[in-house]
Design a protein around this ligand. Sequence first.
Ligand code: ASP
Length: 433
Amino acid sequence: MKKLALHWQIIIGLFLGLIYGLIAANSGWQEFTADWIAPWGKIFISMLKMIAVPLVLISLINGVSGLKDISQLSSMGGKTIGIYLITTVMAVTIGLLAVNLIKPGKSFSEEIRQEMVQQNEAKVKSTEEQANAQKSSGPLQFIVDMVPDNFFFSASDNRNMLQIIFFALMFGIALILVPDQTKVDPIKHFFDGANEVILKMVDLIMYFAPIGVFALLGNIMVELAGDDPTAALEILKGLAVYSLTVLLGLLIMVAIVYPMALKLLANYSYKRFFKGLAPAQLLAFSTSSSAATLPLTMERCEEKLGVSNKVASFVLPLGATINMDGTSCYQAVAAVFIAQVYGMDLGLSEQLTIVLTATLASIGSAAVPGAGIIMLAIVLGSVGVPLEGISLIFAVDRPLDMCRTVVNVTGDATVATIVAYTEGELIAHPVEK
Ligand code: ASP
């Protein structure tokens, strides 16, 4: 019997999870879900995270050691960071255009605003503290943070991905610089073989994907509904226009900007791109984490989209950490939405400040669930919008996080495909019409 394609397996898990979640939320199965369903989702995420550090390390060393010379690395690096910045600025601009045209904050009722601010006081405080911790550092801090002082310490925490990238790059470069290459050939072979093993492990973890996704979605639905599903639904309705504005911005990125970029810059058919990447996009939706999705994104880009290991191993881990188009688009919409609710009119200079801070904030956001809303505090601060306004959007943050993570992952894969094409590293480049 032919095996069901991975994206169908995940879609089935996703829908069953949604249906289970709806039934559970309305039948008071909160405790059962927390005890017996949620753990399977956690196990799945843990397996994905477990593989992320070894995958990035081994794959990047393997990729760099296969380079013709080091100049290829600098050309790839410059291109990657340049395109990442351009797509992020485009995402913020699209978000700003959408929110200024639709004006979702204008019709928001004053009563609900006050109620929400009161209800979420504690949450706002903790978000503020986390944002302040990020902010209180000098301009060069991000470079300082990139260089590990203890490799094993970096490898023990998934949040230090840039440090792992730094170590792997140096190791790979040193590997090609050794004058007597016969001495390091065994090491190159080792990493080549280890890379295959790790990719196989990703395949094995994916056998568990339908169950993991089912558990994640079921649990999210129950948590979103809380103890009073009807009240939760009312809040969602109140935020419908805002949510739709964010979704519109995200949709423009996925349905227009990326396909055009792929066509124009890589002569790549979006149909093939979408078909190859779909499982990673669905996983991004289910986990709300680009970091947890990274192993699958890398595997799909290499094995289905034809991006070489050299390019994928460098561009994708970097993208998961610094390129978040969905997050930056959402931050722009959210900042202006909150300003609108508070009756503030943001002028051109404030909107440009949002472009700058949302771009930087998305670079600084961790690739984990809910990171975007913490960095949003910094965007709000930069244009003088009251931070307590964040209370208005907490209720819909998780579903929007799921959607923006899809865009974050799609953006990374798009750039990887473009860089691979321009570097002559796109294997079996399709000429599908
Ligand atoms: N969850 C997002 C990601 O992992 C970040 C965010 O916007 O909160 O890409």
